[in-house]
Design a protein around this ligand. Structure first.
Ligand code: AMP
Ligand code: GLY
Length: 451
């Protein structure tokens, strides 16, 4: 890697995922400073290197971002947020000669159009649920009336902040969900009706899996299991996520092998063969279901980026110099990259404003206490998201405020550490909300395996 010169890196993201990436890039010996768009106030907390944030910009401020990169001599940009991919940021940056981790707009269509992604999956024989693409309510309703009564998911095809998939227990409910597609505006003009995937005698189990790809070759980057519901026992509303653990223990070596060959290999080959080589992190949101006596992985969705908070669990465990990883993805050939991880388990707990994902306006501006103490617990990492800093004090400024990552030899130890650190934190007026059971599936699985 002697051709790599020291340089500045930009991360395009404002949340906890971006904070984890800033932390990791700053650890590279090749990196002098990190820029983050829009970034957040505490992104510099884990490093002594300069971190410049741009709160006045959006991740879709394509021209401004390109100008800053040229002016500040940025040598690598990591485009971590989906809307920037759809806005064509990667294409623009490549046009001005900058190395980018992240797919072009057409490669990223695998995330920003679920309809395109399903048709692609069909052409490429990627295991996925039976689906129907609909261009109007009438079409959706007529289709459902022609089908035997069963459970479905009705999904907006476009980007809907992770809230575009609506479950329906039967055809009647599915017709109601079809009528609700209107509320997603342009994102819901095209929508999908998909069979609700489940096993022969049990629901499936979800996982997130990640690869790094240079457009042709790929390396497995890690796995996690996300906890999306707002409250303990997986109750309450769906959120952007309340935490996750990594690795996902449901993925045995055999299942992982099948995911690599039947899902990732087919996706990367297919994108390349169709003239859309995919460079960046490809995220598979999948489900393992038990059918015919064996566990089979299916693709529920692809995303053109890391998950948030899965990045906070996986990225810290990568031992390689992250700038070298980025350059290998962006410019070259990752076949020679020996990806190494520390083999530790991690549990990420999201700290949210009370009321999230509903109305949490009353919490905005309230003071957050105990972050310094939480950060002193051994085996934890802290990543900020919706926090404002003012003269060394911290204030709530969003739904998901920050993340505590516990590290351990296994999920049980990692979970203990995360919650020990979390016990130091509070928000003025008792306004902190977090789940107390993140990782429970794998904690139970591990206990069972050990008898
Ligand atoms: P998506 O927005 O596509 O990630 O879907 C959100 C969530 O809905 C997923 O995490 C799954 O829990 C669930 N889901 C989506 N599609 C299906 C499906 N066809 N079968 C079962 N569950 C699904
Ligand atoms: N953790 C789910 C996502 O990032 O989409």
């Amino acid at each position: 890697m002697s051709r790599i010169e020291a340089g500045n890196v930009m991360v395009v993201d404002g949340g906890g995922r971006g904070s984890a990436l800033v932390d990791k890039y700053a650890q590279s010996e090749h990196v002098e400073s990190v820029l983050a768009v829009p970034g957040n106030d505490l992104m510099r907390i884990n490093t002594d290197k300069p971190v410049q944030i741009y709160p006045q910009l959006k991740t879709t401020s394509v021209e401004e971002i390109a100008e800053i990169c040229v002016r500040q001599k940025v040598s690598l940009v990591d485009v971590a947020q989906d809307n920037a991919v759809e806005a064509g940021l990667v294409d623009r940056l490549q046009a001005v000669g900058i190395s980018v981790v992240g797919p072009t707009r057409v490669a990223g269509q695998i995330e920003w159009s679920k309809a395109w992604a399903r048709e692609f999956g069909g052409r490429r024989h990627i295991p996925q649920p039976f689906f129907k693409i609909c261009l109007s309510q009438e079409e959706g309703i007529a289709f459902l009336q022609s089908q035997p009564d069963q459970a479905w998911f009705v999904k907006a095809s476009g980007l809907a902040e992770g809230k575009g998939a609506l479950p329906a227990r039967n055809n009647k409910e599915a017709i109601e969900r079809v009528r609700e597609m209107e509320r997603f505006k342009d994102a819901g003009k095209v929508f999908l009706i998909e069979k609700w995937l489940r096993g022969d005698d049990s629901p499936g189990e979800e996982f997130s899996a990640y690869i790094f790809s240079d457009g042709e070759n790929f390396k497995f980057a890690g796995s996690a299991q996300d906890y999306k519901r707002a409250n303990d026992n997986d109750e309450g509303e769906n959120t952007g996520s309340m935490g996750c653990n990594s690795p996902a223990l449901v993925l045995t070596p055999d299942i992982l092998q099948e995911i690599e060959s039947n899902i990732f290999r087919r996706a990367i080959n297919g994108l390349r063969e169709e003239g859309r080589p995919y460079k960046g992190v490809l995220y598979l949101g999948g489900m393992v279901i038990r059918e015919g006596g064996r566990q089979t992985p299916y693709a529920i969705e692809f995303n053109a980026r890391w998950g948030d908070p899965e990045a906070q669990a996986i990225v810290p465990g990568i031992i390689n110099d992250f700038f070298e990883v980025g350059i290998a993805i962006a410019d070259g050939d990752i076949r020679n990259l020996q990806l190494q991880t520390d083999g530790m388990a991690r549990v990420v707990v999201a700290a949210a404003s009370k009321g999230y994902p509903g109305n949490y306006d009353a919490v905005r501006g309230k003071e957050i206490f105990g972050i310094k103490e939480a950060r002193t617990v051994s085996g934890v990492r802290f990543y900020s998201a919706g926090i404002k800093e003012d003269r060394g004090r911290y204030y709530a400024n969003g739904g998901r405020l920050f993340y505590i990552v516990g590290v351990g030899k296994d999920v049980i130890e990692a979970q203990e550490r995360a919650y020990e650190a979390m016990s130091f934190v509070s928000i003025e007026g008792n306004n902190l909300h977090f789940r107390t059971d993140i990782g429970w599936r794998d904690v139970e699985r591990l206990r069972q395996r050990r008898g």
